[in-house]
Write a protein that binds this ligand. Structure first.
Ligand SMILES: [Mg+2]
Length: 282
């Protein structure tokens, strides 16, 4: 993990190449059917099966931006349920609520404000440090190193960054367990975002500025469709990461929806296979 790069003094959001780009391809699902309707093989997707125009769509990309939770590790992992339970626990203790009431309040905050923390900040005065440390204090022993993902990320040409609504410490610990932490230049977390979560446009702008990211030369990988709205509008190549068929999915229905939205350019249920396909044979 290197130091944060200098601020981007040159970025001009009104520049022609910062404008949204037309969709160059229909969404590509890594398993199921290809664009031509030809059934593809079960995942992992052989890297050569990515259509040429998909690979070409990423040819200009020099900055690769990844969400963390349920993107760099599968939505079927038990990590997110553990964090979710810690959030419920935090609210229960803070307000003296039973589990069901605490859960309901948590969902209310999450849907209204984007994160429970944001709801707590808006409606109550709580310590964000205390909240973030508490909810991310989880057992990550179920997470195994993902060597193929590490290899694929390593071979992507350019810079790699994590953009997460979680904490830096959580992202770092999780990336270490996956064996991918050394591939990333830095982590932009919810504290760096001034506690304003994705999908707020100001958070992406803050991220672009902090890390001197030119969005028209960047790609974003995310498991929540609406977190790709702003990236797409800013000219990033957007890819929605979805669970494999039959894989357990701990996310809410509203988080899963939106795969067919116009702001989602590509869809994959095999992130490492998709990335490997972009790199090409070798
Ligand atoms: Mg996520």
């Amino acid at each position: 993990m290197t130091d944060i790069k200098g601020k981007d003094a040159d970025f001009d959001p009104t520049a022609p190449d910062a404008r949204p780009q037309a969709r160059s391809a229909e969404p590509v699902v890594a398993t199921g059917a290809s664009l031509s309707g030809t059934p593809l093989h079960k995942s992992p997707l052989p890297k050569t099966l990515l259509p040429d125009h998909t690979v070409a769509r990423f040819a200009h990309v020099d900055t690769w931006v990844f969400d963390l939770d349920n993107t760099l590790y599968p939505a079927g992992s038990d990590l997110w349920p553990k964090i979710d339970a810690r959030i419920t626990h935090f609210l229960a203790e803070l307000f003296g609520l039973d589990g069901l009431s605490s859960r309901a309040l948590q969902k209310y905050y999450y849907q209204r404000y984007g994160t429970t923390l944001r709801g707590l900040m808006e409606e109550h005065e709580i310590s964000s440090d205390e909240f973030l440390a508490f909810v991310h204090d989880i057992d990550r022993s179920s997470l195994m190193p993902n060597h193929s993902l590490a290899k694929a990320i390593t071979e992507l040409p350019g810079r790699k960054l994590i953009l997460t609504n979680g904490s830096r410490e959580h992202a770092l610990r999780t990336a270490e367990k996956l064996g991918i932490h050394e591939m990333f230049e830095d982590i932009f977390d919810i504290v760096a975002a001034d506690l304003v979560p994705k999908p707020a446009a100001e958070t992406y702008q803050r991220f672009f500025d902090r890390h001197a990211v030119e969005p028209a030369r960047a790609a974003m990988f995310e498991d929540i469709s609406h977190n790709l709205v702003v990236p797409h509008a800013r000219g990033m190549v957007t890819t929605l990461v979805v669970p494999k068929a039959g894989q357990e999915d701990h996310r809410e229905p509203w988080e899963i929806a939106g795969a067919n939205a116009a702001h989602v350019e590509f869809v994959t249920n095999d992130l490492e296979g998709f990335l490997a396909g972009l790199i090409g044979p070798g």
